[in-house]
Write a protein that binds this ligand. Structure first.
Ligand SMILES: [Fe+2]
Length: 447
């Protein structure tokens, strides 16, 4: 029989209930895989749980990791892992019970309440790296910029460089600063994280966001290219960092360069990952707005989204919005309207939070792109203009949601609303005075 001990702790001193020593070692591997996106943590823990089925945190970790994929298709597996963890509740310690409660809330669609539950765990166990990361990713899915910064800020004082994985916490703080427009603090934290651990794609990503928001596109390209071996090969987050690099190309009107990255790095034939598909879709739409012919790429990406219909419809409005764009791009208006109808239903019937996300942002944003595709540009403007202040509520980053503003500017131009288009371009010129793509927009505003 393997040795089983009680009152153990993980590498950060967070208490863990009875498990085999090897299971804790595996947990550290899985945690590092989740933090770095190198390797598959659920695969790692699948073997662990075969050997040590009473390892509560193994079940909690697997459920959490699958929830962070932001897709309904994983819910049956989440429920299996959650059920296994709950069956062990009488053996679980308080921290583990708190983590189980958070997973249950998230699985019930109460994502905001899950974040509160993780906060409660962190009040007693501020070095619970899994709680921090899950809450951070959920804050991202909710577009909650303040908590992207402050939830990490509440605990980072309890960490330092001697604690394993500290750099990843710094990297999360960097992204939180960036989403709160604190670019200097964000860049400092991101670069400090990379000085400790260069192979940290999330910290690379945080710095890249700063370079994007400050329109430092030449520097951004160099930053990413110089360290490409640290964030790209065999990395589960690489597609998103490649997407950011493609944005630097789009910014300079290098559309061929962006498409080359799309074909070689961002697009995957049989991808089943919504996060990857939405980045691919968003890049094609940005190019489409510039009048670039993306050929049959729309058809291919629409086919991938089609495969997720109707299961995923209404689960996460941010995904649905991108599915609708891809289907419109491929000329599949009827299919796009089917997703839209399910999104509208989610806006009436989902649990409170995801209902709000669908109703307040997903539906009007999707109505806008449908109107745009039907060349009803005035309607697209009418949908998008009031959305500007509430758009963060359906998740994503500033950079991702910029698709809404770019669509709005283009719709205003095509509808002949010169004053509005001039103001929208002017607003961006304050932040990006040297922007080639902005000059391109400006040059097309009707006199
Ligand atoms: Fe990003």
């Amino acid at each position: 029989m393997p040795d089983t001990k009680r009152n153990q702790a993980d590498a950060r001193g967070v208490p863990v209930s009875a498990c085999q020593d090897e299971s804790l070692d595996d947990y550290e591997v899985a945690l590092r895989q989740m933090q770095s996106y190198f390797g598959d943590p659920t695969e790692t823990l699948a073997k662990t749980l075969e050997r040590d089925p009473e390892f509560v945190m193994g079940h909690v970790f697997n459920a959490s990791a699958m929830l962070m994929m932001s897709e309904r298709q994983y819910l049956p597996m989440v429920r299996d892992s959650l059920g296994a963890a709950e069956a062990l509740a009488d053996k679980a310690n308080d921290r583990e019970k708190g983590m189980i409660a958070a997973v249950r809330l998230y699985a019930e669609g109460r994502w905001d309440e899950a974040c509160v539950a993780w906060d409660r765990v962190l009040a007693d166990y501020p070095r619970d790296a899994l709680a921090i990361q899950c809450a951070h990713l959920t804050d991202f899915y909710l577009g909650d910029a303040l908590n992207l910064r402050d939830r990490v800020g509440r605990v980072i004082g309890r960490w330092d460089e001697s604690v394993p994985g500290y750099s990843y916490i710094l990297g999360m703080q960097a992204f939180g600063f960036e989403e709160c427009n604190q670019y200097a603090e964000a860049e400092d934290a991101g670069r400090a994280a990379l000085a400790i651990e260069p192979r940290d794609p999330w910290s690379v990503h945080a710095v890249t966001h700063v370079l994007e928001m400050q329109n430092r596109y030449h520097e951004g390209q160099k930053f990413m290219r110089d360290r490409v071996d640290d964030w790209s090969p065999d990395n589960g987050f690489a597609f998103h960092n490649w997407w950011h690099l493609a944005l630097f190309h789009v910014e300079q009107e290098d559309f061929a360069g962006a498409l080359e990255l799309y074909d070689n790095e961002i697009w995957v034939d049989d991808s089943d990952v919504s996060l990857q598909m939405l980045d691919a879709t968003a890049l094609l739409w940005r190019l489409h707005l510039q009048g670039v012919d993306v050929a049959d790429r729309w058809k291919a990406i629409a086919e991938l989204w089609d495969r997720k219909t109707p299961l995923e419809n209404g689960y996460y409005a941010f995904n649905d919005f991108h599915a609708i764009i891809a289907l419109l791009g491929a000329g599949q208006v009827a299919e796009a309207r089917e997703v839209f109808a399910d999104l509208e239903r989610a806006g009436r019937e989902n649990p409170a939070l995801t209902r709000m996300m669908a109703r307040d942002v997903g539906v009007p944003a999707s109505a806008a792109v449908i109107a745009f595709a039907e060349e009803s540009y005035g309607d697209a403007v009418d949908y998008l203009l009031p959305l500007r202040s509430v758009a963060p509520r359906f998740g994503g980053s500033h950079a991702q949601r910029d698709i809404l503003t770019q669509t709005l500017i283009e719709a205003a131009i095509r509808d002949g609303q010169a004053g509005l288009a001039t103001n929208l371009v002017g607003e961006r010129l304050v932040h990006k005075p040297e922007s080639p793509i902005l000059r391109r927009f400006a040059s097309r505003i009707p006199a």
